[in-house]
Write a protein that binds this ligand. Structure first.
Ligand code: RM4
Ligand code: MN
Length: 388
């Protein structure tokens, strides 16, 4: 059996990054149901994220999305975060919400639009210099809706050109994390539809570029843990955008739709020795809480990742490899399933208690009165949202 103290140390060392946008209003293209008390400014989003960290102890950084989180003084925003016990994390570029980008951003047939999009990406690196962020996460909505609409290979060339320009601008400790998505908003071709395309671009760029796996960005039935294992083996897994989905890019709470899949993914992460922050994998949430309260939604998501991680750490690796060596198909599968079927909630409650945290983050947050306070205090102004 794996050593319990080692497992607890791994769980304490785990780090999960929160998305600033999860705290603002969101919805579907049919309706955004506004919630009372949602943040109106980047500092208020960070304050809410700090609550998630305060009760879970493993979520000490917040990813920003530019321009949604644009401020005059990023150093001040960083100090602000530090005062609340968190720090600024990944910078997410946004080249998908401008009228100019209807036919693409960096792959647009119009060179002027391409220049504008590249300008934004470079601005994001400037911001990283001020926030001290390591990672620039790039997701492109670029693509086409109809066969013949544009030249597929030419668009790859334009994409590559922009990525190279950003790569050249990166500091020594900065990275590009390139995210892929099968479809939406484009329905015929996305310019970065899959891990293979993202991987090819990252290899071409060099060691400071790696792939981000957003768990909601695949075709139904895709074996995501296989992708994780392959990318890890190649040293090209940069991070995760965790969320869950029943149908498409649902952005639901991670571990809600398919906790077994999350476990299988974390099992590959553990097997690949990639859990510790030193391994350089960014474990991020990328979710929207459309109908549930946002801060508890994030707390629940963090706990779901922790539970999947604890189960992955519980896999009896020596029994597993013994069964594999003995070609014992059922035995190996049983070792794997034993770990998954273990109730790890008491283990995690114990880890929290040992860290001086409440064993039940959801209840502790609910009892804190913070939710009522922000509803009372955040009156007037414009609630943060996607602006879409
Ligand atoms: C995209 C993609 C990005 C995220 C935006 C909000 O679908 O997943 O990672 O930043 O949504
Ligand atoms: Mn994402």
């Amino acid at each position: 059996m794996p050593d319990l103290d080692t497992i607890k140390a791994e769980l304490r060392a785990q780090r999960i990054e929160l998305p600033s946008w999860a705290f603002g209003n969101s919805g579907t293209r049919f309706k955004v149901f506004p919630q009372a008390g949602v943040p109106r400014t980047p500092p208020e989003k960070i304050a809410d994220a700090a609550q998630v960290h305060a009760y879970t102890g493993v979520a000490p950084s917040v990813a920003l999305h530019i321009p949604w989180d644009r401020v005059d003084d990023y150093a001040e925003l960083g100090r602000n975060a530090k005062d609340l016990g968190v720090e600024l994390g990944t910078i997410n570029a946004n080249v998908f919400q401008d009228n100019d980008y209807m036919l693409g951003s960096v792959t647009n047939p119009d060179p002027a639009v391409r220049r504008k999009a590249l300008g934004h990406l470079l601005e994001c690196v400037d911001i990283m210099d001020q926030t001290g962020s390591r990672d620039l996460k790039l997701w492109f909505s670029d693509g086409t809706n109809y066969p013949g609409q544009d030249d597929i290979a030419a668009r790859q060339g334009r994409l590559s050109e922009a990525l190279h320009a950003v790569y050249e601008r990166l500091g020594a400790d900065q990275r590009i994390l390139l995210e892929y998505k099968l479809f939406e908003p484009a329905f015929y071709t996305m310019d970065v539809p899959d891990w293979g395309t993202a991987y090819a671009h990252c290899v071409e760029l060099g060691p400071k570029a790696a792939v981000v796996v957003d768990t909601g960005h695949h075709a139904p039935g895709t074996n995501i843990e296989f992708i994780v294992a392959v990318l890890l083996r190649k040293g090209k897994l940069g991070g995760f955008d965790f969320n869950s989905r029943f149908y498409a890019d649902d952005d639901l709470m991670v571990g809600a739709a398919d906790p077994f899949q999350l476990f299988r993914i974390m099992a590959e992460v553990v097997a690949g020795h990639a859990l510790r922050p030193a391994a350089g994998i960014a474990f991020m949430l990328d979710q929207c809480h459309n109908i549930e309260p946002k801060i508890p939604g994030q707390i629940r998501s963090v706990m779901n990742v922790q539970e999947a991680t604890a189960k992955a750490l519980l896999i009896d690796r020596s029994a597993l490899s013994a069964a594999q060596r003995a070609r014992d198909v059922l035995g190996a599968n049983a070792v794997f399933m034993d770990a998954y079927n273990t109730d790890v909630r008491p283990l995690l409650a114990g880890v929290r208690t040992e860290q001086g945290l409440d064993p039940d983050p959801v209840a502790a947050y609910a009892a804190s009165g913070y939710a009522e306070r922000i509803v009372a205090e955040r009156v007037g102004g414009t609630a943060a949202g996607w602006g879409a």
